[in-house]
Design a protein around this ligand. Structure first.
Ligand code: NOJ
Ligand code: CA
Length: 570
């Protein structure tokens, strides 16, 4: 590693003006690691904390040869029986031995700090594992002091569950406990009983968990299904509606998004504010943009999964971005964007359906250019930067049997580092099979190829870091109703960037509906243009080649022209 980043230096983004002193979580990509699939150092086939430490230079070595990520979000690393791949936590205040020890964790935080990387923990607090000490005590006896830490109710007539709620994973949301003759509630698996957030003892225990990790040097939290914490105190039946699954056939009115949550989030925020620059991003579960935005008043960010669910159509993306950006801008909040994570099919595969592998890669670059040039924090899911696709997993090798509507294993396969055995992920037998294409698709190969998806991600991050308009600027679409292209303007304190993306495999000529603010631009990055690094004149009509992604920044004076470092064609 060269040129270590000091802790302070990454607070101020590169070349941004003095007024742009922004917290870390606004200025850089946050990289999601699914720890069991990232890097295994002891040959047991499961990724571990030492493996993450080994790969930190890849994430940010202080130079533009790395991804320059500002934060890593670790999917759960706590002890867990693994019924939901770690999202069933048995102890929130230690590390699962299969990932390492507390010493390894402290070393990880320290090594991250040296590189200007912030550690974001996954906080799974809507529910615990049924093997968590709290639940074992709670279910042991109706009079146990912890009984009311979970949601227990008498059966209705003829032994029926207490209400009509469904589990998101399928089946009823209630399981009967023979020993104590009551039902307990679980929004997910029966092995994931929901905590009773109406109980003040539960709230204070959970705040204690946040503090525990803050004291260990963590800089942020991803809040798993936080909007389901509180349930209506009377557990009323949810109204029915039209839908395609038992879950969607109910309006989830009484089991999530309760008003009490806002008071808790205020309390949480004041705890986080005791620690400088701490960030919380909420996983808004089963929610529309308006609802997700409403939580951004207390949380720093929230995911809006509408963006991730759009088809490969500029018009759909533009509509979604416009809504999300507009909602957040009007309340002074900060957006974030995500295209892939451990719960969804990987986007290179989704957008690449029905086209050749090379076209799918071209689309992955367009998607990356969009993700990394919007106003808001980009979240990168480990492996998307090399264009990983889902890997079909035969049923006898499946781990994720929790989700009845389709296993999520295919998007959780091991990271592909090189062409060695098991893609360099593990010298042992990987817990989940490695994609068969790893000999041709891996980090080592793509690092050496200036036209690879990985090189393109790196160049985009470099450009973003160099360009206040891309980091902080307002976002404005330049077409009213786009067809095959997505073209937008970013503006920050009189400096501009234009991003032009052609989602199609043919040449497009587009007349912009909005006027460009200036005539001369620097072509800063492109998958097609030969004039990158040079000044260009942009008119109201733009010509874009097949799958072209180009980014231009405004030039105030002709003297600035060609003064910038040339960024090679991607
Ligand atoms: C959301 C997580 O992302 C998902 O993986 C998990 O199954 C559910 N929450 C339940 O914790
Ligand atoms: Ca291991």
């Amino acid at each position: 590693m060269t040129d270590l980043v000091s802790e302070d230096s990454d607070v101020v983004p590169t070349k941004a003006s003095n007024s742009d002193v922004s917290p870390w979580w606004k200025t850089g990509p946050i990289y999601q690691i699914f720890p069991r699939s990232f890097c295994d150092t002891n040959g047991d086939g499961v990724g571990d904390l030492r493996g993450i430490i080994d790969k930190l230079d890849y994430l940010n070595d202080g130079t533009d040869r790395s991804l320059r990520v500002k934060g890593i979000w670790l999917s759960p690393i706590y002890p867990s029986p693994g019924r939901d791949s770690g999202y069933d936590v048995a102890d929130h205040e230690t590390i699962d031995p299969k990932f390492g020890s507390m010493d390894d964790f402290d070393a990880l935080v320290a090594e991250c700090r040296r590189r200007g990387i912030h550690v974001v923990m996954d906080m799974v607090l809507n529910h615990t594992s049924d093997l968590h000490r709290w639940f074992l005590e709670s279910r042991s006896d109706r009079n146990d002091p912890r009984r009311d830490w979970y949601i227990w109710r008498e059966p209705r007539r003829r032994g029926r569950p207490p209400n009509n709620w469904r589990s998101f994973f399928g089946g009823p949301a209630w399981t009967f406990d023979e020993d104590t003759q009551q039902y307990f509630l679980h929004t997910f698996l029966p092995q994931q009983p929901d905590l009773n957030w109406q109980n003040p003892e539960v709230r204070s225990a959970c705040l204690g968990i946040f503090r525990f990790w803050l004291e260990r040097g963590v800089s942020g939290f991803r809040l798993d299904v936080f909007n389901a914490y509180f349930k209506h105190p009377e557990l009323l039946d949810n109204p029915r509606q039209l839908g395609t699954t038992p879950w969607t056939r109910q309006r989830q009115l009484y089991n999530k998004d309760r008003p009490e949550l806002h008071d808790f989030l205020i309390e949480l925020r004041s705890l986080l504010d005791e620690y400088p620059e701490t960030m919380a991003v909420g996983e808004t579960f089963d929610a529309q943009a308006e609802l997700a935005a409403s939580y951004c008043k207390q949380l720093h960010m929230a995911f809006d999964f509408d963006f991730l669910q759009q088809p490969w159509k500029p018009r759909s993306f533009q509509r979604t971005i416009k809504k999300w950006d507009g909602l957040l801008a009007s309340q002074g909040s900060w957006p974030c964007y995500v295209l892939s994570n451990h719960d969804h099919p990987r986007h290179a595969g989704r957008y690449g359906q029905g086209v050749s592998p090379s076209e799918a890669d071209a689309r992955a670059k367009i998607a990356a250019a969009m993700l990394l040039t919007l106003r808001g924090t980009p979240f990168i899911y480990s492996g998307e930067e090399i264009g990983l696709r889902d890997v079909p997993i035969p049923s006898h090798e499946e781990w994720d049997v929790a989700f009845k509507y389709g296993s999520r294993d295919p998007s959780r396969t091991p990271m592909q580092w090189n062409s060695d055995v098991n893609a360099g992920f593990s010298s042992g037998h990987p817990w989940l099979r490695v994609a068969p294409d790893y000999h041709t698709r891996n980090v080592a190969i793509q690092e050496g190829d200036p036209r690879s998806i990985l090189s393109f991600y790196r160049r985009l991050v470099t450009l973003r870091n160099d360009t206040p308009a891309l980091l902080f600027g307002d976002w404005q679409p330049l077409q009213d109703d786009p067809d095959d292209t997505l073209i937008y303007l970013r503006e920050h304190q009189g400096a501009y960037a234009v991003v032009a993306l052609n989602f199609s495999n043919t040449r497009r000529r587009v007349t912009l509906d909005k006027r460009l603010p200036v005539r001369y631009w620097n072509a800063r990055l492109s998958t097609r243009r030969p004039d990158v690094g040079w000044a260009v004149r942009l008119d109201q009509t733009l010509e874009l080649g097949p799958y072209e992604a180009s980014v231009f920044t405004s030039v105030d004076e002709m003297s600035d022209v060609n003064s910038r470092e040339r960024i090679a064609i991607g």
